[in-house]
Structures are given as C-alpha cells and as structure tokens.
Design a protein around this ligand. Structure first.
Ligand SMILES: N[C@@H](CCC(=O)N[C@@H](CS)C(=O)NCC(=O)O)C(=O)O
Length: 231
C-alpha cells in the first residue's frame, strides 16, 4: 500500500522510502520477508521539510513510524522489523555468536563494498576510477571467500537473511548502473564463484524479486544525475 507523509497509521508500520534508494530496499526486503501488512510512503528525502525532519532528523530514507514512534538508519530499521514481527522467519540467527557474526559481516560489507560502489560511480578521474573498481572487486572477493565457507547459496547457507539483504541492493546497482556507466563486471573466476552463485540466488529470491527496480529505470535515474555517462 502506498501513502503520503502525515497519513495516520492505525498501528501499522509505515516505511518511508525512495524508489532509487538501496538503503531503503534493505528495510523493504525485511518487511517482505516477514510478510508484514505495512504502509509504504514514497518521499523525496532531499526535500527537508519540517514534517520529514520530525520523523528523521538526518532526513534520510529509510525511516519508519509505528504508533507515533520513529526509527531511522537502515540496519536499525531491519533489526526492529525482525524483532517485532513473525518469529517464524528470523533474519538474524538466534544463536548469540551467529547473530554477532552476521552483524559483523553486515558491517564489513558496508565498509568494504558499499562505499566503493558510490566512489566508482562518482569519480571523474580515470586513475581513481580504476582504483575504486579494484577496491570494489577486492571487497566482493572477501565476501565471496567468506560465503564459500558454507554450502550456500546464501551467506549463512540455505536461509536468506541479514547479510544478504544488507548487501544485495548495492551489488544489484553495481550491475545496473556501473555495468553500463563504468564497464564494471564481476569476472566469472574461481575467486568470485561463491559471490556469483549468491548473486543469482538473491536475484531469484521471492522477497527480493518483489521489490527490485527495473535496471533501465535505475540507469536512467543515475544517468541524468551524473550527466555524462562516459566520464
Ligand atoms: N546510513 C543511512 C544512509 C541512508 C541514505 O543515505 N539514504 C539516501 C538515499 S539512497 C538519502 O536519504 N539521502 C538524502 C540525504 O542525504 O539528504 C542508512 O543506512 O539508512
């Protein structure tokens, strides 16, 4: 269900998102995984209205409201959604070590992959571009090596969860945007094998499929923002 800022929630969770935002997709996938009846509010996070800033003082999506209380930051929203709803589906493992381990890898991929997606997209210099693609691939290789430790196809094995949803929206954009904008491609080499298998499995996973943006639409969005696609 789509709604507008300020609409009453009747106890339902309201998720503020923007169609182009991979951080918001983390929370959106969590809602779908948990089969929640929630309200989606599409907003422009860059318009810092008083009303929007009263929900999230940082003015970033995702943010959520439930029963008049607000939360923001994608990882916090995901954990809240996981803790509040449907205990039959656990996005984070129940075992304390495993729970800490997935948080650790959410953090590692957030530092070793996510920033290099943005850097590769934004950098105009040829040398910097080459270096940031190398850094991005090094992060993906690290993730691949760790994923390979289990049977797969997902990060923790057979069950889709926290690390998968924290990372996938960004690497999907690596293909959609960097693939065309920066000639970026993850090679079909042994060291990326677990990653490539993981990517295909996520792409076919129901909750992910239900929220994926069209790659052309994403590319057009970024293309108009960074006007020369071949910089
Ligand atoms: N650390 C935040 C980052 C969220 C974020 O940067 N979202 C972008 C859209 S993709 C945004 O809302 N930008 C608005 C702004 O920076 O003013 C999170 O994990 O939720």
């Amino acid at each position: 269900m789509q709604g507008h800022v300020g609409e009453s929630d009747n106890g339902k969770l309201i998720l503020y998102k923007a169609w182009f935002c991979p951080f918001a997709e983390r929370a959106l996938i969590a809602c779908k995984e948990k089969s929640i009846d929630f309200i989606e509010k599409e907003i422009d996070p860059y318009k810092k209205t008083e009303e929007w800033l009263s929900i999230n003082p940082n003015g970033t999506v995702p943010a959520l409201t439930q029963n008049g209380k607000n939360l923001y930051e994608s990882s916090i929203c995901v954990e809240y959604i996981n803790d509040c709803y449907n205990n039959d589906v656990n996005l984070l493992p129940l075992d304390p070590y495993d729970r800490a381990y997935v948080r650790l890898w959410g953090d590692i991929t957030g530092k070793k992959i996510v920033p290099f997606y943005y850097k590769t997209m934004k950098t105009p210099e040829e040398d910097d571009k080459k270096k940031s693609i190398e850094d991005l691939l090094a992060g993906i290789e690290l993730f691949s090596k760790e994923t390979q430790k289990r049977e797969g196809p997902f990060f923790m094995g057979n069950v889709f969860g926290y690390v998968d949803l924290m990372l996938f929206p960004f690497v999907y954009r690596c293909n959609a945007v960097l693939g065309r904008y920066r000639d970026f491609k993850v090679p079909k080499e042994e060291k990326y094998q677990a990653y490539n298998r993981w990517y295909e499995a996520c792409l076919e996973h129901e909750s992910v499929k239900s929220i994926l943006q069209d790659q052309e639409k994403l590319f057009d969005g970024y293309n108009s923002k960074y006007t020369n696609p071949r910089l």
